[in-house]
Ligand binder design. Structure first.
Ligand code: C2E
Ligand code: CA
Ligand code: CA
Length: 778
């Protein structure tokens, strides 16, 4: 393809009006090659015919001077032959220069022919003197130089030849002038033609160039459109028909091209009504960038994000849209969102989801709407985990979750806050009342044990309830209120629900203050045991002591456990206190033994909170040994609170381990708790301690009398020792002895005393002391 010339201003030469730039001129000539050759062909043919006519006429009419007839004939033959030769060789010409060469050779052959005609005194010669230059100027497109040079030189040669003819003198100047004028006007004519042709050519070139560039850019655009890896679709706005699409669209759609072409875009919308929304957004914003859409394609439904803008295609208003397939991304996002808001084990909403939900409920609440929170805390989960493994713990959690969901019903939200803590949130005009109803149902339902791998697992539950507007309506305060209520429920022995009350805050504050004070007391070594003797009612002899914790705040002020009861129920502090008491007791006992005294068995009280330690038995035994005293010198006293919220199997295992090493087990405060008889059967118990409450009115209250008698009989039957607590009068002691109670403890004999007083007591202890003591109530 011929290169194109840019359509800027292309300068032309002053004289010939050809392109100044030779390369452009060459291009121009080359572009006209065929036409120039055609012109030459016409010229050569015309001249061939003319010269043939001349030859025929010569043959028919002869010449003015007959002897010059061969000269004229030779001219005709030369013209004829050179034209034929020219025609033949034109077919072989390849370049404009070839054509010029052919033309110039032919031109001089024609000149020679005309000169011969002139010399043959042919009257037609004068006509040819004018005709030939005219033909040479006008008939062929050759360079201006050649054209002008050829024209002038041919005219001069012919003039010269002509003026040699007889009779030409009279015409001579006239002919010369005519030839001159002819040359000048023909040269102007050529110049003008040159200019016009070149201007035309340049503008035609410019047009072609513009068209070619447009074609190129359209091609590029198409290639880019096809190469974009995102699905691109052009649809007609009027009816949504798919007008154009790229390969990515075809791949995305997954169906044959013909099917896609026959579709209207909204026919694959999962919700065709989205089209109206899309249209209205484009109408109002001019375009859309993140329009979410579900499309039904060959292999199913895909979620896409669509960006679209109006375009015109083939004069019709259309919409060009790019699609981003976000199906996988949305699925992953949904999974991540689900995981972020749900508990993996139970599938319940987690703490984050609950927080969002509660905050939204509180902020969007109407004046008549209430929001109630139930904080649900499980006991026994740790036991299930420790004794039966984590599978059992997981099974408990899943079962609890199921039950909570069922008991809460359709409206409320049940979430797992973590560990063994769940929460239920409900919104209603009587939210608090409904909350209490659900809490009640939960407490009674969770008493029911459930089976896991041939074990019966049971849990106990504590529930704290707080409600908006009754208690507080801010997120933090409402949560805190529910937490305090939960704490109170645990304190009250668990397996219950407690509704928040404002004074709970003070209780918690008091507890924190006490724990701090106890920690300081331990640090200053202000905690010590006092000892209360246990006396045999039959012999009056000292049987042993019960160690009771005391807080010596100053040399004169000694506080009993009533002042720090909360510390004894705190899981961590109770362990620290116990360690300190045991350390002091073993030190004291080892001192008495070394001094040669028989102090009998020493009883140590264990709190329920201490049983949360899995290795309690090993710890206690370790502490006795560390103090250098044999474990068989000790008893432990437990109350029924150790079973609350605890697996009885674990308590039994601990007590067994202690008993194996000679430690005695006393069942303290017998009769004040629940199901004590069951525990007597299930546990390894050596001694039953009758609670002070029954002893107090033993002589007056027939009910207490009956109970005490029954307990003493029970002890005898079960071969357990019986100790009566809180014996303050001789009457009580007598009565107890009459009933068969062997050992008593109380102010009648001794108040709890410091270790220093015990040594003095042991010093005095003797047969006589015992007898005189016996005389106290005998
Ligand atoms: P408890 O085990 O029932 O201890 C007997 C309580 O009765 C003692 O109160 C004792 O001083 C009191 N008492 C004894 N005889 C009489 C009497 O004749 N009349 C009256 N009114 N009271 C009598 P204390 O020492 O104040 O202890 C109270 C409770 O504190 C104990 O009850 C025990 O449960 C707990 N406790 C005491 N020391 C410890 C300890 O070291 N560890 C643990 N975990 N608990 C302890
Ligand atoms: Ca006790
Ligand atoms: Ca007691």
């Amino acid at each position: 393809m011929m290169p194109l010339v840019d359509s800027g201003a292309v300068p032309l030469t002053f004289w010939g009006r050809e392109f100044e730039d030779s390369a452009t001129e060459t291009l121009f000539r080359e572009s006209r090659f065929d036409e120039t050759r055609l012109q030459l062909r016409h010229l050569f043919r015309a001249v061939a015919v003319l010269s043939l006519m001349v030859l025929v006429m010569l043959a028919a009419f002869g010449m003015a001077v007959p002897q010059l007839k061969p000269v004229g004939a030779a001219g005709g033959v030369i013209a004829f032959c050179s034209s034929l030769g020219g025609l033949w060789i034109l077919g072989r010409a390849r370049t404009p220069r070839n054509l010029e060469t052919i033309f110039v050779i032919w031109q001089w052959c024609a000149v020679l022919a005309v000169i011969l005609l002139i010399y043959a005194h042919d009257g037609r010669a004068l006509f040819l003197v004018f005709l030939l230059p005219t033909a040479l100027y006008l008939s062929a497109q050759i360079s201006f130089q050649l054209c002008l040079g050829g024209g002038i030189s041919v005219s001069l040669v012919l003039l010269y030849a002509y003026q040699g003819l007889p009779g030409s003198d009279t015409w001579q100047w006239g002919v010369a002038l005519t030839v001159l004028l002819l040359n000048v006007s023909l040269a102007f004519c050529v110049v003008r033609t040159n200019r016009l042709q070149r201007l035309q050519w340049v503008s035609a070139q410019a047009e072609r160039l513009a068209r070619q560039r447009q074609r190129e850019s359209e091609g590029q655009l198409q290639a880019v459109f096809q190469a974009v890896p995102l699905p691109l679709v052009v649809t007609r706005r009027e009816d949504g028909r798919i007008m154009k699409f790229n390969e990515a669209t075809l791949r995305f759609y997954g169906g044959p091209e013909s099917e896609l072409r026959s579709l209207k875009a909204y026919e694959i919308y999962v919700n065709p009504e989205r089209r109206a929304l899309l249209d209205s957004q484009i109408e109002s914003q001019g375009h859309v960038t993140d329009f979410q859409l579900s499309l039904r394609i060959r292999e199913g439904t895909r979620n896409v994000i669509l960006a679209a803008a109006p375009v015109e295609l083939a004069g019709e208003p259309c919409l060009v849209s790019a699609l981003v397939d976000v199906t996988e991304r949305t699925a992953v996002e949904q999974q991540v969102r689900y995981a972020a808001h749900h508990d993996a084990l139970t599938g319940l909403p987690n703490r984050a989801a609950f927080q969002e939900h509660l905050q939204a409920a509180l902020s969007g609440r109407s004046a008549r709407q209430g929001v109630c929170l139930l904080l649900v805390d499980l006991d026994g989960l740790k036991d299930a985990n420790d004794s039966l493994g984590h599978d059992a713990g997981d099974a408990v959690l899943c079962e609890i979750a199921r039950r909570l969901v069922r008991l809460a019903g359709a409206g409320p939200m049940v979430a797992r806050l973590g560990g063994d803590e769940f929460v239920i949130m409900l919104e209603a005009s009587d939210a608090l009342r409904q909350g209490q109803r659900i809490a009640h149902a939960i407490v009674s339902d969770l008493r029911r044990p459930f089976a896991h791998a041939r074990h019966h697992l049971s849990t106990r539950v504590s529930i704290g309830i707080a409600s908006c507007p009754e208690h507080d309506c801010s997120y933090r305060e409402l949560m805190k209120a529910a937490d305090l209520a939960l704490y109170a429920a645990k304190q009250q022995g668990r397996n219950r629900y407690v509704v928040y009350a404002p004074d709970m805050r003070q209780v918690v504050q008091a507890r924190l203050n006490l724990l701090r004070a106890m920690a300081e007391a331990l640090e200053r070594d202000e905690i010590e045991p006092f000892y209360q003797p246990k006396i045999s009612l039959t012999t009056g002899q000292l049987e042993g002591f019960e160690a009771l914790a005391r807080w010596r705040r100053s040399p004169t002020s000694v506080l009993g456990p009533a002042s720090f009861e909360m510390a004894l129920s705190d899981p961590e502090m109770s362990v620290l206190l116990s360690e300190r008491i045991i350390a002091r007791v073993t030190r004291d006992v080892s001192g008495w033994i070394k001094a040669g005294y028989d102090c009998g068995r020493i009883a140590i009280n264990l709190s329920a909170a201490q049983f949360s330690q899995r290795d309690l038995a090993a710890n206690l035994l370790g502490q006795f040994r560390a103090g250098g005293v044999d474990p068989s010198c000790f008893d432990v006293e437990i109350t029924e609170t150790v079973f609350l919220g605890r697996d009885i199997g674990q308590v039994r295992a601990t007590l067994h381990a202690l008993r194996m090493m000679g430690v005695g087990v006393s069942f303290d405060d017998f009769g004040t708790g629940y199901a004590a008889l069951v525990h007597l059967k299930q546990l390894p118990i050596d001694v039953i301690k009758i609670d002070r409450g029954f002893v107090k009115d033993i002589e007056r209250d027939p009910f207490d009398t009956a109970i005490v008698r029954a307990v003493i009989d029970l002890g005898r039957e079960l071969k357990m020792g019986v100790v009566a607590e809180g014996v303050e009068t001789a009457g009580q002691a007598r009565f107890l002895e009459d009933c068969g109670c062997e050992v008593a403890q109380g102010f009648l004999f001794y108040r709890p005393m410091p270790a220093s007083d015990v040594a003095a007591l042991l010093e005095r202890e003797s047969e006589t002391v015992a007898l005189s003591r016996r005389a106290l109530f005998a």
